[in-house]
Design a binder for this molecule. Structure first.
Ligand SMILES: *Cc1c(COP(=O)(O)O)cnc(C)c1O
Length: 185
């Protein structure tokens, strides 16, 4: 569902999650984390580790988040929204299409990052049509191949954000990775 460049990282899925925080944020940025279980809590902890101001919208385990609540939380200062497509720890599926629509209606200032580590291959995504900025997959979940690879498709909006994002990064530097990939390294 995307024409965006896809990075393949030699790491577990969490490496691509960390890279999606470190490459897209600066310390002090306000980000919105939608969480309804253990993997949502991982987004919260990662964003905190990189010094973001983390606004958390949570649903009880086993449930999903309503679009009305998301709309209310989308204040003008939100720079990135992080969520799961499917919260594997409970089995809940979030309305990625509906949430993407709310975010894209705001223009290009808010990025949408989707952990689809169990969503890719199990649910439908129109990544470019819906306007998802980063979507992450992992080899050992729905694809059922050995663990150790993470994939993420990155939009032009997200590449642009990286030009100004100041969080520290080294191994998971997406712009360096993109250059190396283009050279076949
Ligand atoms: C398994 C899983 C992760 C973590 O992936 P690892 O490859 O173990 O790092 C993150 N998010 C979701 C939704 C998962 O199911």
């Amino acid at each position: 569902g995307t024409q965006n460049d896809v990075l393949v990282l030699a790491s577990s899925g969490t490496g691509a999650m960390e890279g999606s925080v470190s490459n897209l944020t600066s310390p002090g940025d306000t980000v919105l984390v939608l969480t309804a279980g253990k993997f949502g809590e991982r987004w919260r902890d990662l964003a905190k580790a990189f010094g973001c101001v983390v606004d958390v919208l949570s649903a009880p385990y086993g449930e999903t988040i309503s679009l009305d609540e998301v709309r209310q939380k989308l204040t003008p200062d939100v720079r990135c929204v992080y969520l799961q497509a499917t919260e594997s720890s409970t089995g809940a599926r979030h309305d990625v299409k509906g949430i993407a629509k709310l975010i894209r209606a705001r223009g290009d200032d808010t990025l949408l990052v989707v952990d689809a580590i169990t969503g890719l291959g199990t649910t439908h995504f129109d990544v470019d049509g819906w306007g998802i900025d980063v979507i992450i997959g992992g080899s050992q979940k729905a694809l059922m191949i050995p663990p150790g690879l993470a994939y993420c498709a990155v939009s032009e909006r997200a590449w642009k954000r990286m030009e100004t994002a100041k969080s520290p990064r080294y191994y998971f530097d997406f712009r360096k990775e993109r250059k190396a990939t283009a050279k076949g390294e």
